[in-house]
Ligand binder design. Structure first.
Ligand SMILES: Nc1ncnc2c1ncn2[C@@H]1O[C@H](COP(=O)(O)OP(=O)(O)OP(=O)(O)O)[C@@H](O)[C@H]1O
Length: 471
């Protein structure tokens, strides 16, 4: 890639295009603006940019569609979605669709430039096959027992070339762990190549993995090396392996057995030395039993297994992760790091985080841009994270958290756990009931299923400040 980065802007609003074009046009950034998504797509086919910046609401193809279509063709291209605050839901959806970031409107031009620069750096990093080991930042935060287990595994495997299977939900840090395994392996100086099976159209998968010869199919205008060749001597990280189509599974199995393959349309075999790390959020055993994943391939990949727990199962790590991400976001946006109030930190630690560590990271970026003061309060959180949802409660998360608490307390040598836990349990129920009744104790007692006298007695011990006075 040359030193000049190319950025495409798509927005039907002329004024926004004008502002962004002037802001982003820097000596090392070349900008092109488009009024409609289809125009941008034509240009992208001719010459893909390094970063795409698109509005959400546009006539014709809207920004989210454009992003989805772009990701199919250029899975590594960072896409920044611009959105008004009122469109927060679509912005959140854009994360789920894989957007790199979003830029809330109205935006500060310096923030916009900082964000685009970060996306450019990200695109470059993804495209540089050989990374110096010291260049990879694989700090993994984790004090939870399950994460300590992961660190031990990385340590134990550090002299090995063995195949590893990482499983865990989306956003739990599988790719980061794969990078760490590579970085701490004898292959550290060779390339680490990541490929997400879910992001590649089926018919391009084989050529993506194994490359193709010139003329192998329409559009194959030159020979291309696949990811296996790019990863020679290093590590190939196959993310979402459960999404690999059956015919590619067969081919992969053969390559793993023989250590050689043919490029699509090729007649000369290519030999490579590649360590495979695979990852999935799916239950591969089930896919095998349903006949959707080859059993022999499963056994070949599933030599050593590392499990990454959901973020909600390692809540004790949330405050440190949040502080880390706030510091990172501040650096990236050249802003002053925000601080979490104790209350906000405790709140974050109670949420269920279905998007796991990635969702926490995105939230911290959002807060760095959106929170008005230096200190972050619960009220500064995006609306969907302000309440501890009843769904989260119903999902039984508190029981999981509670079980972890008990585990930790026992591991730390505590005894008489009930004496610690029961008062907290009752206090929380009483406080919540009183909140619901606007402080009326008689009604609260009824909600709790206690007599009025019992509540009075409990209040004296548990919440003396609330004990005096009647309804
Ligand atoms: N323990 C951790 N410490 C610091 N950063 C982390 C940690 N875990 C994850 N991250 C960061 O969170 C983001 C999501 O992690 P990653 O991409 O590795 O998840 P993943 O499980 O591979 O997700 P997916 O399955 O969706 O690809 C990344 O930016 C990663 O750097």
């Amino acid at each position: 890639m040359s030193d000049t980065a190319r950025v495409y802007i798509v927005d039907d609003d002329r004024a926004i295009r004008w502002v962004l074009e002037r802001t982003l046009a820097q000596p090392d950034i070349e900008v092109a603006c488009f009024e409609r998504a289809d125009q941008a797509e034509i240009a992208m086919d001719r010459q893909p940019p390094d970063v795409l910046l698109t509005d959400i609401r546009m006539p014709g193809i809207d920004g989210l569609d454009l992003m989805a279509r772009t990701r199919e063709r250029h899975p590594d291209m960072p896409v920044i979605v611009m959105t008004a605050h009122s469109d927060l839901d679509s912005a959140v959806a854009s994360y789920q669709g894989g957007a790199f970031e979003y830029l809330p409107k109205p935006f500060d031009v310096d923030d916009a430039l900082a964000l685009v620069r970060r996306a450019i750096a990200h695109a470059r990093e993804r495209r540089t096959p050989a990374r110096e080991p010291e260049g990879i930042d694989t700090e993994i935060i984790g004090e939870a027992p399950a994460m300590q287990e992961v660190f031990r595994a990385i340590g134990r495997l550090s002299q090995s070339h063995i195949t590893v299977m990482i499983n865990g939900e989306s956003g739990t840090g599988k790719e980061r762990v794969a990078q760490a395994l590579h970085q701490h392996s004898p292959r550290a100086r060779a390339p680490f190549i990541a490929l997400n099976m879910a992001a590649i159209p089926r018919d391009l998968m084989e050529s993506e993995l194994f490359g193709h010869e010139k003329g192998a199919f329409t559009g194959a205008t030159s020979q291309r090396r696949g990811r296996f060749e790019q990863a020679d001597g290093g590590t190939l990280f196959l993310d979402e392996i459960g999404d690999m189509p059956a015919e590619t599974q067969t081919r992969l199995l053969r390559v793993l057995a023989d250590g050689e393959f043919y490029r699509v349309g090729g007649h000369t075999s290519v030999k490579v030395d590649v360590r495979i790390i695979a990852a999935t959020h799916q239950n591969l055993e089930q896919l095998v039993s349903e006949g959707r994943f080859r059993e022999d391939l499963y056994h070949r990949l599933n030599v050593i297994r590392i499990h990454l727990p959901r973020l909600a199962e390692r809540r004790e790590d949330i405050p440190r992760l949040a502080r880390h991400f706030l510091a990172e976001a501040a650096k990236e946006l050249s802003a002053e790091p925000k601080l979490l109030t104790e209350e906000a930190e405790a709140h974050l630690a109670r949420l269920s985080w279905p998007g796991n560590v990635r969702q926490l990271e995105n939230t911290c970026r959002w807060l760095t841009v959106m929170a008005s003061g230096r200190e972050i309060l619960v009220d500064d959180l995006p609306p969907e994270l302000r309440e501890i949802g009843s769904a989260e409660m119903a999902a039984g998360d508190w029981r999981g958290a509670f079980r972890e608490w008990a585990d930790r307390a026992l591991a730390a040598g505590h005894t008489h756990l009930l004496e610690e836990a029961v008062p907290d349990f009752e206090r929380i129920l009483i406080e919540t009931a009183l909140k619901h009744t606007g402080g009326r104790k008689g009604e609260a007692a009824e909600l709790l299923g206690w007599g009025r006298n019992t509540l009075t007695r409990k209040l004296k011990v548990l919440l003396p400040a609330l004990a005096d006075g009647s309804d």
